[in-house]
Design a protein around this ligand. Sequence first.
Ligand code: SAH
Length: 342
Amino acid sequence: MTIIEELRDNRNLSDDGLLTIMHTDAFDQELRTLADGVRRAHYGTDVYLRGLIEFTSYCKCSCFYCGLRCGNPEAQRYRMTKEEILECCAEGYALGYRTFVLQGGEDPFFDDDAISDIVASIRRQYDDCAITLSIGEKSYESYKAFFDAGANRYLLRHETADEAHYSMLHPENMSSQHRKQCLFQLKEIGYQVGSGFMVGSPFQTKEHLLADLRFLQELSPDMIGIGPFIPARNTPFAEQEGGSLTLTLRMISILRLMFPYALLPATTALGTIHPHGRELGLQAGANVVMPNLSPAAYREKYAIYDNKICTGDESAQCRKCLEQRVASAGYQVVTNIGNVKR
Ligand code: SAH
C-alpha cells in the first residue's frame, strides 16, 4: 500500500508520514486522484454554493496579514445597512443561493442586538436557508444570542494552531488559545462550525501545518476553509512572499482524505493566485464555492489582500461565471442548503 492509500484508508498517518507527504511534490498526482475519489464517494460531483455578503470593512483588530486591520489608515471603510443586506439576500435567493454568509471585520458598530436583529430578519424571510456568520471572536453569550436569533453556521479560521506562530501573525492582545476556545464554544452552542488556516503565511513551517491538521482532528469541524496567504499593501507583511498554489492544493487533498465528510471551499484567495485556482481546488478535493453577493460598489473596499478577483462583477455574473467554472472542472453546482454529510 502506498503512503497516500494508507492516509485514505486509515485517515491517521503518523506525524512523520504526514510531513513526508507535505514536504514533496512526488505524491501530488496520486493525492489528487485519491482525494477526488473520496469526494465523489461522499458528495458525488455536487458543489455547494454559499453567497458571501461582506457587510462591513471596519475592524478593531490589527492582524498583521489583513488589509482591513485597524492599523491600516489607507483601508477603505464601509458598512452596509440592514436593508442593503436584506436586498443582497433577496437577490441571492433568486439566483438559487440557500446559504448566506455574513462576513465582516470585528466592527463594534454592529453590537449583539444589531447582529441578532439582522439574523432574525433574514431568518423570518428565508426559513429554508442556512445563515452563516463570520464576524470573529465574541463572547459565549453573543454567540448564543446570534444562534437563538436564527444563525446556524459560524466560520472562524483558527489561522494557525501553533501558539508561537500565532503570536508572529497577531498583536499581543490576541491569542491562539482564545480563538480555539471560541471554536469549541460555537460547537457547544450547536453551530455547524468552520475553521481553517492560511497556507504559506509568514514564518510558517510544515510542522505548523501538521499542528493545524492535528488541531482540526481535535475540533472535528464541519467546514474547513484554507487559502494561500496573499500580501496586502499597507500591512506589516506587505513585502512578504505569498503562499503557493501547489502547497495549497496539496493541503486540500490531504484534508479531503483526513476529513472525507468535510465541506471544503475552493476559496477566492486560491482563485486570486491562479486564473484557474478554484477549478484546481475542486479537482484536488474541494466541494464548495463562495461567490460574492455584496453590492459591486463595496467589493473593492473589502480588501483583505491585494488583487482580489471578482471585484467588478455583479452578483448574477459571479453566479454564472462560477457555474461555468465548476462545470469546466467536471462537477456541477447544486441549489440546496448543502449540509454536511457526516
Ligand atoms: N473578521 C473575521 C473574518 C476575517 S476575513 C474573522 O476574524 O474571522 C476571513 C479570512 O481571510 C481570515 O480568517 C483569514 O484566514 C483570511 N485572510 C485575511 N487576510 C488574508 C491575506 N492577506 N491573505 C489570505 N487570506 C487572508
